[in-house]
Design a protein around this ligand. Structure first.
Ligand code: HEC
Length: 102
């Protein structure tokens, strides 16, 4: 049994990553701060002007999402929501496959 298997870009153990999965992950871990109207009480406006409210915005910020939540664990800030490595890997796989929104 090989511990680290190399999978094709955009695929996880469960196959290609659906955009709906990406949206659900961002909604769970990011959108309370990164929305035009954040629900997180510490943020009256989206930090850095970064919003994940539409597929277009999510795709536009994909390289930064990779940088901050996949390559590093800088986001979610303070890991308030307890994002798992599996969730980070799922975002990474989607971005590597071209960040397709449909
Ligand atoms: C608790 C609030 C909070 C949550 C939740 C949060 N962020 Fe942030 N985010 C911030 C703040 C504050 C900044 C601005 C300071 C900074 O860049 O570190 C920021 C900045 C950013 C930036 C812009 C800076 C850059 O490197 O381009 C990106 C991209 C980002 N966050 C992605 C994410 C992602 C992806 C998630 C979810 C996995 C997330 N954030 C969750 C508060 C949050």
């Amino acid at each position: 049994m090989i511990a680290t298997q190399v999978r094709p870009a955009g695929e996880t153990a469960k196959g290609p990553v659906a955009f709906a999965t990406v949206q659900a992950t961002l909604n769970k871990h990011c959108v309370m701060c990164h929305s035009p109207t954040p629900t997180h009480r510490g943020y009256p406006a989206p930090p850095g002007g970064v919003v994940f409210d539409t597929p277009e915005h999510i795709a536009e910020f994909a390289p930064r999402i990779f940088e901050r939540a996949v390559a590093s664990h800088g986001m979610p800030l303070g890991d308030e929501t307890g994002m798992t490595d599996n969730e980070r890997a799922t975002l990474g796989a989607w971005i590597k496959a071209g960040a397709k929104t449909q």
